[in-house]
Write a protein that binds this ligand. Sequence first.
Ligand code: ADP
Length: 575
Amino acid sequence: ASGNSEEPQIDGASVLARALKEQGVEYMFGIVGVPVIEVAMAAQAAGIKFIHMRNEQAASYAASAIGYLTRRPAVCLTVSGPGVIHAFAGMANAQENCWPLIVVGGSCDQDQENMGGFQEYPQVEMARPYCKFSARPSSLDKIPYVVEKAVRQCTYGRPGVSYIDMSGDMIVGKVAEKSVRYVQNCPPPPPMLSSPNSIKKAVDLLVSAKKPLIVVGKGAAYAGAEWVVRDLVDTTRLPFLPTPMGKGVVPDSHPLSVAAARSKALQEADLVLLLGARLNWMMHFGAPPRFNPAVKIIQVDISVEEMGNNVYPAVALPGDVCVVVQQLLDEFRQRPQQFQFPSSSPWWTTLNAKVTANQKNVEAMTKDLSVPLSYYAAYAEVQKALPKDCLIVNEGSNTMDIGRTMLPNNLPRHRLDAGTFGTMGVGIGFALAGALWCRDYAPGKRVVCIEGDSAFGFSGMEIESIARYQLPVVIIIFNNNGISFGLKNEVWDVVAEGDRTLSVPPTALAPDTRYEKLIEAFGGSGYLVRTITELRESLAKAMADTKRSSIINIVIDPMAQRKPQEFFWLTKANL
Ligand code: ADP
């Protein structure tokens, strides 16, 4: 405590909460305990919505999803030691996805440090590799400075994560109210644009390419670039395809989408305009055999350091994707001749033929309604039941890969999945965050969370958090009794005789598990589905229930697989 005892005092928890509120933080997810109970209470008092969850991992995933959806970070609040460590999962995931997130960790009292204090751990140091900024305020009156810096660091440049450490003594410690100076609200990042010469060079390449392609990544989705990117596609008539979370920036139903011919388009394109997507594993490193060895890349990214990662770009366009795409459009429009990539070009003929062939293939697979259902048959039915504007959460191995192609997105930032880090277990936290966002920003919009049975298991208990806040989520579990594949019940009985640790395949989960019953424990509705008719009926009931959550447990053939692929994601030979 400082100053004269007559002066009004304020505790550290309240300074922190007010500073966060001042910086536009609207949601705090977390789990309370010593020493952060006061922080959660102060946050509520300051008008920040506190969402209490069951595991910090899911809380950190949920908070990061809010950052992606709103471009303003949410906070994940954790207790000291193990609480912070659980949140590292969400910090790593957000950092890899380039999503803003602030984690506030309680820590042991400073006078117990280096003594084996309760849950003592070098949190500021340990958090550092998981974030862009990690600090403990040096005094109570400095808390607002650190909070402003945390917001700025996680939203400016390439978005990422900030960590703020609050020791127990700082949380309850008091300071004279008038000595605290709250810092002005950190504005959204200032516009960043590319040089006019580079823009000219890029447009020169685009108008002369024989096989051009636009790739729309989740950086474009995050940036809110949908209006300019749609304008660019419509103006130039260039073929485009989205990355998984780039879906919806331009609607999947757009006639110039070549998503259904993804492999072909990537393999043959001679020029790729990359809008907020990295040439990492998801984009096959931009390398043969998945890419044309002679491909030229025009790289648009907020992060200058990203330029040239794996492939040196023909033109590097650093800057905000909204601004840079507008610059490209202005340059196109300035030219004497309005450029449109001709629909009669051989490139379109190749792409259209492949799109048609692939669509036919998949359509044939959806027609096989034999029981147990295949992924494709079940997805075709789910597709019919989804409202056009719903927010889709999708994770699992086959469930996610097939879902990416089978579930259309018409709106940007309406698909949340395992992302760059390939993190399984993000789904239920994302669904909760999505449902809150819908409640507050898009009332009436539904969240549909489609998960593999294994993915669901990681954070399944968060269905209690969802129920507690009365958020209606439709959870659809594609249950194939395992990871990638499982065993049928009758086979299970045979292999599982004797020592199960030796005989149960590592991919298998207990067969025929009734996951739908779990939601009933929390007042929701569960549906076990074996046939297409049962699926149709339960989807109709679940979608109609706008008050409570549902689980639809679809029994999928344990040996069901994706359609035959020309390439496998991760095999070395195909890199
Ligand atoms: P995807 O998974 O869709 O391929 P990535 O996560 O690999 O996308 O890439 C997203 C990229 O977008 C990152 O390199 C990031 O720096 C970039 N990015 C983020 N925000 C912006 C923005 N406002 N403008 C341009 N690029 C951005």
